[in-house]
Design a protein around this ligand. Sequence first.
Ligand code: MG
Length: 448
Amino acid sequence: MRLFGTNGIRGVANVDLTVDHVRDIGQAVAAYLDAGTEIAIGGDTRTSTPMFRAAVAGPLLEAGFDLWDLGMLPTPALQFNVKHRYDFGVMVTASHNPPQFNGLKCIAGDGTELERWQEERIEEHFARKTKPTVDWRDLGSLRADHSAGKRYADAILAQVDPRAVKGKGLTVAVDCGNGAASLVAPHLVEQLGCRVVSLNSQPQGTFPGRDSEPSEENLTTLSALVKETKAALGVAFDGDADRAIFIDEKGRYLPGDKSFAIMARAVTEKKQGKVVTPVSSSRAVEEVVRKNKSEIVYTAVGAPLVARRMIEESAVFGGEENGGMIFPEHQVCRDGCMSAAKMIELVARRGPLSKLADSLPKYFSHKTKLACPEALKQPLLAKLKETAPSGADFTDGMKVVEGDAWVLIRPSGTEDIFRIFAEARTPQKAKLVGEKWKAATAKAMKRF
Ligand code: MG
């Protein structure tokens, strides 16, 4: 039975994610872990998070594991603490999903999200309903770790040159979306030496300020605040603060591929090496990385895949086009607060942010989709592969390069569609290439 999707376990609280279900998952996790494993538990600000934290804790204590409750904190803060102090982590969060959702992410001892084979072991125990219990004398203990957030913030501060930011008089507008960043980000940015104006930075599980995804339409208030307060930049986090999105000093929303390209350029200017990103990332990233005599390494879509590959390749930087950036000198997972600190340092040294964005190679994208039933996805992909032009790449779906344009055709992991994503030097060309391949995919589907 498959429990874990591409983003851990997700569902609507008390509807498809219930206390009983989470307790059963906790039981399977207990069966998977070795005796003596010290486990950290944390969660985001959702109204159902305390309930699910208690539900997953029960069977772990029942099986004799000692638990440390890290409280309300960003996912990367839990990951950082697992890496340095604990052996395993359970994060109760549904990341950027609407407030009625919740979920679980399991963190391995090195601070990265579990690999697929590890998830499968847990799923096997879940299916078998393995129930580990111990004698009452050996039950696990539950203790609070109140310093987890501070240790995490201190580690980020240690990665930034304080002289670069302090005394520059930067104002930074911070929008935490009432999520897990609220307890860390505003204070962290202040400690960097900036003036902070904060928005939606009281933790509140109904997300009254804005939706949890830091999309352009959800950040119009932040954009106005940046202009109003003459801030050097604005930063917004998703619900569990593993991703950060930026607004430049003119109030313009920077899509995640732009901030990723800006940071990839800055990192490889100082330190040449490998940059890891999924095949869906903008060509602008590859271009700036190559220009700095560095190498781009493509993976299938999914942050844990990027993180694993970074470890294998000893990469200097990695991330995704959705605002997820990975700084391996800090930890090999997406980290919103680390991204914010590094972007502030970069703007203080080399800003303004609008200039950093406008000096990137210009590409335009065209996104479209094609309905396709689940059962047809793999046969259709196989059919496309048969007739693929030479040089096509199959790292994830099919990627075809046509001169300075490219198109990625891949089945969605969550919906009954194929996503078709094209990028080119002009919006017209991007649309042309995207629609051409959409038609070709539709034609291939008609043959079934
Ligand atoms: Mg997230």
